[in-house]
Every structure is written in structure tokens, then in C-alpha cells.
Ligand binder design. Structure first.
Ligand code: NDP
Ligand code: GUE
Length: 295
């Protein structure tokens, strides 16, 4: 049997369409245009592509897009001064600082300089705390995207065993919080986990967020399980570069459903960023939040 391919690209397009409609309504009824500011420090080629795509999709949704590029040589104080300016700017409802930052900068200090109500990445300690205590937070885009795909596929997630491979602050940990709130039984695995294949075989929902091409093998998957491949790995092959996930493509023969790479979680991340910007804008202005866009 071959798994159902979960079409993240199509789902993300639907989500962006929904965001566009709400943005148009906000403009029409309240004269407000949601704005997203993205800060890019340095020349990381992958980051440049992501930031460009974000700008294009932000504008396509009818929102205002502000891009701020700083050189590698910028000082941490310059980045924080810029963030403070954006915090105070009423036309900016969301602020994203593209990661990774250059090595001489303290990522935590920079993330925590963002006004939590504009923290559309959901990385600020206040939002992390709100999420982990089950309160209304800004939710990190990638885990939110995974949750929306899982809810769409399963309906209720109650009682399902979820195994998350990866414990980063941007994917693994917030993913665990969301799935706990969705009444899954959650296990987080990492590089020190013993007998990872055996643990994965117990998962009804398996989430791979590791950064190792094809690490998750077909015989690690419980027949019929849902597999969400968060990994984005660029590999060089026959002098061309292509994107692969953390899951071996042959896993589709064991899984019940699986997200492809590309075309799975990646497009959902950007769609959720736009949804979060809209949510932040509605909250700032005390307006009703559109249904179905937040966790
Ligand atoms: N689709 C999207 O929108 C996004 C995709 N990504 C992709 O997701 C992947 C993970 O990203 P991110 O969370 O930032 O990565 P990190 O490098 O921050 O975390 C990787 C995690 O994987 C664990 N790990 C590493 N090797 C193994 C192993 N052999 N067995 C088990 N666990 C292991 C690490 O364990 P330990 O903690 O013990 O070191 C760590 O917890 C990357 O490919 C990244 O490009 C990331 C963000 C968004
Ligand atoms: N502050 C911050 N927030 C982030 O959310 C953030 C970040 N920094 N740094 C980098 C990672 C990575 N990330 C991706 C977003 C979209 C795709 C995406 O659209 N992927 C497409 C393919 C794109 C391509 O072809 O390169 C796909 O999977 O189909 C991938 C990865 C967000 N991240």
C-alpha cells in the first residue's frame, strides 16, 4: 500500500486565500492594513531566498511588507535599535528576525527584544510561556502548520501516540506543546534517545524535525501511521542541488499518510506566518480574530 500524500502546497494556498479575504475585509471595514517586517542580517543564501518568498507572498495577500537588510558586520545593538523602532511603529503588526543570526550575536537577546504582541514567530519567552501553560499565544509557524495538516487529515487527535524527533525551540518543543493540548500522548526524541527505531514504531503520528536527509527509515514506521516530514535539507547530486526531507521517501510504502519535501510543511510555514500577522493585527486592534487560523 502507498501512503496518501498530504498536499501542503495546496493547503497553504487555501490558507493564504483565506488570509487575503480577511485582509481585504479589514481594509474595507476598518481602514487597517496588516504589516509584516522581516529583518535579515548577513548574506546566508537560503535565508535570502526565504525572505524574498515571504515578501512576495505577504504582498500577494494584500499586506504591507517591510524588509530590513543589515550586513554581517552589523552590531547586536544595531539590530536591537531597529527592532525597537519597529516595536513602536503602528504600521508594523508582525516582526520576524530571520535565523540563523551571525555568530557574534546573542539570538535570545535579539528575539526577546521583539514586542511579544508582534512576535509572529512565537519565539519570545512570553509566547513560549503562554503556549506551554495553554494560554493564548503567538504560535511558532512551522508547528502550527503541522498541526493544521494533522487536524485536517485526522479530525480529532485525541489519544493518538505522537513521537517528535527533534527538541529545538523552533520546531520540536512547540510542536510537543500543541500536540499535548490536542490530547495526544507525546514523546520527544533527540540525539541521545535509545533505540529510536523502536520508539518511532509506536507512533500513530511521527514528526521528523532533525536536519538529516532520509534518516527515518520505512521500517521505523507503524503501518498506517501519519508522517510529517519537517526536514529541509539541500543536497548536491549530479552537480545539481535539490531539497530532501528527514524521512526516506520509501517510507511512503509503510505510512498511511505522509508530507512530501518539497511541497509539504515548508509552504505551510509561510502561510502560517501570514495568518499570524493577521492574528497579531486583529489582537492589537481589539478586533475579532478570523476562525481557523490560530491554534
Ligand atoms: N519546513 C520548515 O518550514 C522548516 C524546516 N526546518 C528544518 O527542520 C529540520 C530541523 O530544524 P531545527 O529544529 O531548527 O534543527 P536543530 O538542529 O535545532 O535541531 C535538530 C534536533 O534533531 C536532533 N537530532 C540530531 N541528530 C539526531 C539523531 N541522529 N537522532 C535523533 N535526533 C537527532 C537534535 O538532538 P540534540 O538536541 O540532542 O542535539 C536536535 O534536537 C532542519 O532540516 C530544518 O531545515 C526548520 C524550520 C522550519
Ligand atoms: N525567524 C525564522 N523563522 C522561520 O520560520 C525560519 C527561520 N527563521 N529560518 C529558516 C527556517 C526555515 N524555514 C522555511 C520556510 C519555508 C520553507 C519553504 O517554503 N519550503 C518549500 C521549498 C522552498 C525551496 O524550494 O527552497 C517547500 O518545502 O516546498 C522552508 C523552510 C523557515 N524558517
Amino acid at each position: 500500500m502507498s501512503a496518501k500524500m498530504i498536499d501542503g502546497r495546496a493547503f497553504a494556498e487555501m490558507l493564504r486565500e483565506q488570509v487575503s479575504l480577511e485582509v481585504a475585509r479589514l481594509k474595507e471595514n476598518h481602514g487597517i492594513t496588516p504589516g509584516l517586517a522581516v529583518i535579515l542580517v548577513g548574506q546566508n543564501p537560503a535565508s535570502q531566498i526565504y525572505v524574498r518568498n515571504k515578501g512576495i507572498q505577504t504582498k500577494a495577500a494584500g499586506m504591507a511588507s517591510f524588509e530590513h537588510r543589515l550586513p554581517d558586520t552589523a552590531r547586536q545593538a544595531d539590530v536591537i535599535a531597529l527592532i525597537e523602532r519597529l516595536n513602536a511603529d503602528p504600521t508594523v503588526h508582525g516582526i520576524l528576525v530571520q535565523l540563523p543570526l551571525p555568530g557574534h550575536m546573542n539570538t535570545e537577546a535579539i528575539i526577546n527584544a521583539v514586542d511579544p504582541s508582534k512576535d509572529v514567530d512565537g519565539f519570545h519567552i512570553s509566547n513560549v510561556g503562554l503556549l506551554s501553560t495553554g494560554q493564548k499565544a503567538m504560535v511558532p509557524c512551522t508547528p502550527l502548520g503541522c498541526l493544521l495538516l494533522l487536524r485536517d487529515h485526522h479530525g480529532s487527535l485525541t489519544g493518538l501516540n505522537a513521537v517528535i524527533v527533534g527538541r529545538s525551540n523552533i520546531v520540536g518543543k512547540p510542536m510537543a506543546q500543541l500536540l499535548i493540548t490536542a490530547d495526544c500522548t507525546v514523546t520527544i526524541a533527540h540525539s541521545r534517545t535509545r533505540d529510536l527505531p523502536e520508539l518511532c514504531r509506536r507512533a500513530d503520528i511521527l514528526i521528523a524535525a532533525v536536519g538529516r536527509p532520509g534518516m527515518v527509515k520505512p521500517d521505523w514506521i507503524k503501518p498506517g501511521a501519519t508522517v510529517i516530514d519537517v526536514g529541509i535539507n539541500r543536497i548536491e547530486e549530479a552537480s545539481r542541488s535539490r531539497l530532501v526531507g528527514d524521512v526516506d521517501p520509501n517510507a511512503a510504502q509503510t505510512a498511511g499518510a505522509i508530507t512530501p519535501v518539497p511541497g509539504g510543511v515548508g509552504p505551510m510555514t509561510i502561510a502560517c506566518l501570514l495568518a499570524n500577522t493577521l492574528t497579531a493585527c486583529c489582537r492589537t486592534h481589539g478586533l475579532r480574530e478570523p476562525d481557523g487560523l490560530a491554534a
